[in-house]
Design a protein around this ligand. Structure first.
Ligand SMILES: [Zn+2]
Length: 269
């Protein structure tokens, strides 16, 4: 990071993020033209929004946080764009069993925004392209991929800690984060054909999307350790994890068997 960069304003960050999100959603919708979001997808999206709103309420920066669901079973990923947009792929939700897991994943992404990690990327990009921050038009063409891959190790650990804290403030259990790290680690290491149950069996393609999300992050042991420290330091009792909403579970698991054999054409990169 260069020593001194002009700080992007909240207003600029929101505008850039909104344009990027709009562009990304349009791309997804074009890819989904044959298979548009149905009632089931909207039910899951409303749930993601509900949990996301609860968690983002406690963020330091009062930005318009918005939560998007991408109903692609091969997308085991979640990421944040500047200004408040958080995206989560169906592949990630398919792996979850508790709302606490969802809350901590969304909390982590909210914190990449709250802690200005996304804004710093925009600033850095502007700096590299020798653009003034006023030249918003040049900045909205910032590639989305820049935000889909992980951040520095310290930033990831910061987002874990702050994101789990947000989830805890919204009465979720930090165990959601721990069980999620264990799950993602297992999926990363899993061989293609050794899985026993549909839920464990994740396509090679889906694992590729997870690599960008998880393998660039710090080691799971280190991530788990700091969440355990957070848990020990908690002044209030740690609540038990709650299962994912039953209706959402039903929707996600109804055709999970089909996910395994799905053709890989719908993956988003
Ligand atoms: Zn992250």
């Amino acid at each position: 990071m260069p020593a001194r960069l002009t700080r992007i304003s909240d207003e600029q960050e929101i505008r850039i993020g909104d344009e990027m999100a709009q562009r990304y959603v349009a791309e997804i919708e074009a890819a989904e033209a044959k298979d548009p979001k149905n009632g089931d997808d909207r039910l899951v999206e409303a749930y993601v929004e509900r949990v996301g709103r609860k968690v983002s309420l406690y963020a330091q920066r009062k930005l318009p946080y918005r939560f998007h669901y991408i109903p692609d079973p091969n997308l085991i990923n979640a990421f944040a764009l500047p200004g408040g947009h958080v995206f989560i792929g169906r592949g990630m939700l398919d792996l979850m069993t508790t709302e606490d897991q969802l809350a901590t994943v969304l909390g982590h992404e909210v914190e990449h925004i709250d802690l200005r990690h996304c804004a710093e990327r925009v600033q850095l990009e502007a700096h590299m392209r020798k653009l003034h921050l006023e030249e918003i038009n040049g900045l909205v063409s910032v590639p989305i991929d820049l935000f889909k891959t992980g951040y520095s190790k310290d930033q990831e650990l910061d987002a874990d800690r702050a994101g789990t804290r947000l989830a805890m403030m919204a009465s979720y259990s930090p165990d959601g984060a721990i069980s999620m790290f264990r799950m993602l680690d297992k999926v990363c290491k899993q061989e293609t054909r050794t899985a026993r149950t549909p839920q464990q069996e994740v396509s090679q393609l889906a694992r590729e999307t997870l690599k960008g999300y998880f393998e660039t992050h710090p080691q799971p042991e280190e991530r788990i350790e700091q969440i355990e420290r957070l848990e020990r330091g908690s002044e209030t009792p740690i609540p038990a994890q709650r299962r994912l909403d039953t209706n959402v579970m039903a929707v996600l698991h109804r055709d999970l068997q089909g996910v395994v054999n799905e053709t890989p054409s719908r993956v988003l990169q």
